[in-house]
Design a protein around this ligand. Structure first.
Ligand code: ADP
Ligand code: GLC
Length: 490
């Protein structure tokens, strides 16, 4: 199959979260299965660093109709293998910035323009490069306008898209791309698209909703999240649109995989000592290195809880902060926290560092090396998410023998099996449902208790996690089936 994947970020070029990891690993897994995959994303010269050099211009003057004029962009290409290429849309006014979506938490004021431009430019690029895709796969609100374009007068009759079916993956329904309706003008779509079956949303335009209504298939990144988003509690007011899609049989939940070449304790280049399930001795050395790195007291037997996360409402970091404060005051537990986002949360955690030296180490910012070290060096890993479409970090931590403590929601519910001494062979983590600081604190206490007083059970859980197969192979098969089903229907 010929697949065009369109997204706003992809590792290792530009990353803010899991979407980038998925946009690296799934296209690669599909290419490995013999499909031709072309990934489109913006060229971010200030973010991509050394990768800029490996992406020379392959198409110079790409016409992108925008509002009442045409803009001109270039396409750069990084050819990863015969089957896999990353194409970067170069347009400095929108993408030559130090961050992807915001400036220190304040959304760029022109995000509607930026991602309208990306979507239109990707469609133009596919035509210019004569790719003739079988599948156009878009991701989140940033690129969901492509699903609309495909069905619109602008591209529906283009021979280049004659056999194309479209798939939209929702990685996070909390971000929808809602803007004043005046932004419709730049899209090149007329007012006939401004109605409740497409872009209109409470008299504004909603990019994600339009994608949901027009894509041939809608997927999300875990089966549990696919069920949750049909309810008002999790649907962020998209639940009605999604129920419609669900009744038509167009909605599926497909659990993400993880990139085992980047996230494996036996080969990880970022950790000081490699280890595996056969010999986990290197893990305690990683713990010592982590304690040193973050200024924690060097105590091998105190349970160390790690957390690597965007500091966003979604992640329940506010609840974590309250729980951690209780535990720092009353318990003998250490914490290693890495994250950035909401500035009040950054300030709270930095303050803990001053108040409880040696017990908590905090790094505010984005740091991939430290993310790996925390994943390897911690005993437990906390993810108290309010909602979690899939979550990758809990799977990374299990691969590293770091036992996750998670709230039962979305992908966390689908990947972590609660500790139960009677089914110890299946147990991989500690789970709780009510998102209160007390529930989280008590679950961490429970986990720390098993770590200290039932070390054999704890070790078995570590090994259970390390033995799980979270690789993309299986997931890529499911996407392949979905694509095939779509193609058969054309
Ligand atoms: P989300 O995409 O919602 O942020 P995921 O669990 O799917 O959540 O993916 C998060 C990814 O981002 C993981 O690869 C994690 O290691 C990484 N990450 C999050 N915050 C940071 C940070 N401050 N520094 C380095 N990596 C981070
Ligand atoms: C989003 C979600 C996260 C998911 C990731 C990749 O950022 O918040 O749960 O793992 O996308 O699909």
């Amino acid at each position: 199959m010929n697949i065009c994947w369109i997204c706003s970020e992809a590792a290792p070029y530009a990353k803010s979260g899991g979407l980038a990891d998925v946009s690296a690993a799934l296209p690669a897994a599909l290419a490995e299965k013999g499909h031709k995959v072309s990934v489109f994303l913006p060229y971010y010269p200030q973010i991509m660093g050394d990768f800029c050099a490996s992406a020379p211009v392959c198409f110079k003057l790409l016409e992108v109709p925008f509002g009442w004029i045409s803009e001109w962009a270039s396409i750069r290409r990084h050819r990863v293998s015969d089957n896999l290429s990353y194409y970067f849309i170069e347009f400095q006014r929108y993408f030559d910035r130090p961050f992807l979506y915001d400036y220190y938490g304040v959304e760029f004021g022109d995000n509607a323009e930026r991602f309208t431009f990306l979507s239109r430019a990707a469609m133009q690029a596919i035509v210019a490069l004569k790719l003739e895709p079988d599948i156009l796969h878009t991701n989140d609100w940033h690129t969901s306008l492509c699903n609309v374009y495909l069905k619109s007068h602008l591209y529906a009759k283009s021979p280049n898209f004659a056999g194309t079916r479209s798939v939209l993956t929702i990685h996070n329904i909390g971000y929808q791309g809602i803007f004043p309706k005046g932004n419709l003008f730049n899209t090149g779509l007329g007012w006939e698209f401004f109605n409740y079956t497409c872009l209109e949303y409470f008299d504004q335009i909603n990019f994600l909703k339009a994608g949901i209504m027009t894509a041939d298939s809608v997927t999300t990144v875990s089966p549990s999240y696919a069920r949750e988003i049909l309810t008002p509690g999790y649907g962020f007011s998209m639940e009605n649109a999604l129920q419609h899609v669900h009744f038509e049989g167009r909605l599926t939940g497909i659990l993400n995989g993880i990139c085992t070449s980047e996230w494996s304790p036996s080969t990880d280049k970022f950790i000081p000592h490699n280890y595996s399930a056969a010999d986990i001795s290197g893990k305690s050395m990683c713990k010592a290195a982590l304690q040193k790195e973050l200024g924690l007291s060097n105590k091998p037997r105190i349970p160390l809880v790690g957390c690597v996360s965007r500091f966003a409402y979604q992640k329940g970091i506010d609840v974590l902060a309250e729980a951690v404060e209780k535990l720092l005051i009353h318990d003998n537990i250490q914490f290693a926290v890495l994250g950035a986002g909401e500035s009040y949360l950054e300030a709270i955690f930095s303050d803990f560092c001053r108040r409880f030296p040696g017990k908590i180490g905090v790094f505010v910012g984005y740091n991939n090396l430290l993310a790996h070290l925390i994943t390897a060096g911690s005993d437990l890993f906390a993810m108290p998410s309010r909602y979690e479409p899939c979550g990758l970090s809990q799977m990374y931590s299990m691969q590293y023998g770091t036992v996750p403590v998670v709230r039962l929601t979305g992908g966390l519910e689908d990947t972590v099996f609660n500790y139960n001494p009677e089914i110890l062979g299946k147990s991989t983590g500690f789970t709780f449902r009510d998102l209160y600081p007390q529930s989280l604190a008590n679950t961490i206490r429970w986990a720390a208790g098993i770590y200290k007083f039932k070390p054999a059970h704890f070790k078995k859980m570590m090994l259970n996690g390390m033995g799980q197969d979270f690789s993309w192979r299986h997931t890529a098969d499911i996407y392949e089936q979905l694509y095939k089903k779509n193609i058969e229907r054309r």
